[in-house]
Design a protein. Sequence first.
Lengths: 478, 445
Amino acid sequence: VFDVGTSAVEAALAAGARYADTRVMTRRNETMSAQNGAVEGLRRSDGTGLGVRALIGSSWGFAASTELDPAAVRRTGVRAAQTARASAAVPGPQLELAHIPVVNDSWESGCVEDPLAVSPSEKGDLLVGVTDVMHRAGAPVARASYQIWDTEKWLITSEGSRIFQRIRECGAEMSATAIGDQETQRRSYPGIGGQYGTEGWELVRRLDLPGNAERVAAQAQALLTAPQCPATVTDLILGGEQMALQIHESVGHAIELDRILGWEAAFAGSSWLNLDRLGSLRYGSELMNITADATLPGALGSFGYDDEGTPAQCVPIVVDGIWVGVLSGRDTAAIAGVPAGGMVRGDGFNRLPMVRMTNIGLLPGDSSLEEMVEATDEGILMDTNRSWSIDDKRLNFQFGCEIAWEIRRGQRARLLRNPTYTGVGPRFWASMDMLGGPDEWTFYGTPNCGKGQPIQIGHTGHPAVPARFRSVRVGVHG
Amino acid sequence: MTCPLEVCDRVLDTVRALAGDSAEAQVTVGAGTSGLTRFANSFIHQNVVEDTSVATIKVTLSGRSAGATVSGTDDEALHRAVGGAIEAARLQPTDPAWPGLAPPSDAGPAGYWDEATATASPAVRSGLVAEFVEAVAGLDAAGYCETTAVRAAYANTAGQRLEGRSSTATLDGIARAPGADGSARQMSAAVGDLRGTATGAAAAARARDGVDVVDLEPGRYEVVLGPSCVADMLLFLGAYGFNGRTVVEGRSFARVGETQFDPQVSIWDDVNQPGAVGLPFDAEGTPKRRVDFVTAGVTTGLAHDRRTAMAAGTQSSGHAIDGGEGFGAVPTSVFLGPGTASREDIVSRVGRGLLVTDFWYTRVLDPRTLVTTGLTRNGVFLVEGGHVVRPVGNMRFTQSYVDALAPGNVLGIGCDPQLGMVYFGTATAPTIHLASWHFTGGASG
């Protein structure tokens, strides 16, 4: 395979590229879903192909093909260079690449139980079983699904790197939807869209979907008659799963260097962050410590090397509330004058690698969810994301959760439905005054992060703990 | 390029050879090329091309189903995919709601196609980008130009055989003035229809008009929503509301036969209407037929795939989507009927309200009520006494899309329908004038 990739790189160089790399990828995917005790669909996909990046002047050219015969491979390399050359019609400053070491290596993610080797009938029985339990427990619509990815990729660069990686990922989810006269209520487990990681099927077994099915269905039904979350300003405690979403949207995307540089301005948006303030800007309270750590075993955003061949690393992003780091690739790092962060990945062989979150996580504090509740005289505890919306600079957000509880005098009181909260990133993070401890630190996985054109779906991780925020606007309704 | 229908036949032959003549199977093969040229900070920074060929296979053995998707069309890969699907299907429980395969039927028109778009080179796209960038002179420009072309075929063991093709071309960008972005976009089946200079100039004019904003207090405002905002509303109305599955399960607002919208509102889906783009059949091999969802304010029809149609006791309308077993049937070429007023006429009738260019990051809070939150983007303008008086800062809204179009709330519909991409396909929407829209905050907090 390395020879195939080398041939494409050589063809791109011969066609005028000053740098080129090739990823040859094979990705096997399996997904199954069930509803109300019946399997709806089982699908396996098998995709193999190569993508070639060629750098000429100020632009990347990229070409992808599923044809891997020698002539087609060389043709794809030439096409990548020709495509880059066409960009000269609208030129900009020459793009440089930050230095990284030349590497010959291989890496494989941890996997105890190969998820593709687990019998489809066993996996089907799991989904049928939990959806049947939720449906019988009163949920008109009870759904469950799992997804598995097994990716092998060979990276060949014109600088001489040769890297093979095999990354296995999987996860599962289930949800119960209750239907009222005017609205629906949903409860999900272990969170919206599920929980995923770079692990084998042991992750799904650990989730214990069957042990949570009845509770999820009962909570969905109970929400239909719960009082509406009041519109007020109050102290807010967020569970770990919602914190993962909060980190993803209001920190993870904002620190992407391609956004900061304006490369995504027309589509995904830009960022409120300005590089002039890197190292001095206060992002949040002193409790806020964020890292981008691609080395965490089992987390969904972990790997050995990114798609440019930069080794996985742990990069400080926010230290004691001060913004100190960005997510970068070789090109954006060279512009910003920072080391290459190793955060460039592509969604499949046919997509141009771009800056992507790795595991953007909040380091734990020394409290706990129960201590936060006990320490709160009046407030609201919300958990499990239901909706998410944030502006194109990643400042103003409004997030909805599936479930909430009123807190009165240090106790969980009434259940509340339709909880939402809104705020502006740095003001919100500045109000954080309590953080869950190491025992509550969980590596949440987000397998559906959209970015780029053509759209790419990225897999990101978000280590998180519950946290408390003071004086937050809640209960925004239509 | 390999003939997609010939690949379909090879797959079905393989199914018969491995599982016998009683096996049911369907296969869709799509072979295409796409190119996308991105620009930012007024230069091209990413330029990509891709040739793809994908076969999507589903095998059903006595009501037990499994699917496989494979890239490429070589015999070994197809054989492996079919064998894997057969093996997996044998291990599945019986699907009690398996609706069977689409029967043979007329394919209808082959789809809109433009050879120049299908063969457009990176230089063609770069040329359009150059025109756009030049037209915003003095401002920064960002956006993309994309050309796509796909030839597709569908075949199943019940005898259905269909072919179709579709091309699209899009130029979409923003001009960036200090503190203000302005957008403009064009989409067509033919790249020759795109006008880089005019699109860039329109974006630049909006950006320049948007400089020096003031923030407004949140509250309910009369609004004039641009076509892309209306397209966003059509996306959610279709995916969550006119989706046969959500109606069957009681999760939709839609009640066929009831007046749920203003009499000026008519919404339909029709891939064969001039100006539409897309393939003429769905993922189950059913030819797409026109469905009128709303006729003069009355909800009149729903989108169905074979599964939801069976549950509802009707026929599929040809709106199955790939992998949509759990989501249902959705409109893919949706229209909101245009009115007769120009955008200028509509603005002249506004007492005090907001003119909104684009929506951004809209998410549904509850699929039944279609209460949706999102923000404005790329230009919001205060209108008083029929005149645009000044730009205002972006605002967050929390608003039911159904209530927004309710009887009495629609004050006018423009004569300027614009084709645009939405998540599941395309929407063709005009400017719309609404009596009330709930803004729940300013973007700055």
